[in-house]
Design a protein around this ligand. Sequence first.
Ligand SMILES: [Ca+2]
Length: 197
Amino acid sequence: MILRWPKLTMSKVVVIGGFLVLGLLILPTQIKFLGPPWETVVQSVTKDLQVALGHFKVEYNRLPVIPDEQQTLRSDGLLLLSLLGEVSESDPRGIKFIDFNPAKDGRWGLTNLGKGNKPTQDTALVDHWGERYYIIIESTDDGLIPNPEYQGGANASLWHKPPPNIRASTLIYSAGPDHDPNTWDDNVRSWRRDGDS
Ligand SMILES: [Ca+2]
């Protein structure tokens, strides 16, 4: 048996061409709708902050702030200003360890900037949902940080059991789209869920 391509009439060509044009019109809209994966972009900021803090420590053999044990810091104040190269007391060499764009509509960048977009005491770095990041610094010299997700194991499930400690020098996370740092399903963290940073 010989298979033949169906004969193309002018009307079929018009219909197929119409669908092709429609597809080309819809495709960019679909791609725009899918948009950038915000979780991935937000996680890259948490990792950038981690790297900047690491560079600060290599440069000065200390961190911009010394937190109390298990204290959770936020991406603002002395810590942020020092990384931005704005505090001569903690960063005498005036090194800019990290830089961010001004936030738009209170989201995704630096808020409360002063004249000429200069960082001020009130400046904060906010995530895609307008919240400051959470930062925990290892303070016991054993290379471990208590996992903020652990909650005594009470929130363990069949699929995910948060380890009690994470091996890292810093843990940084975003509260995610729901703005709540205690709901971990949508939190964006700098470390892997299985406990390695
Ligand atoms: Ca959350």
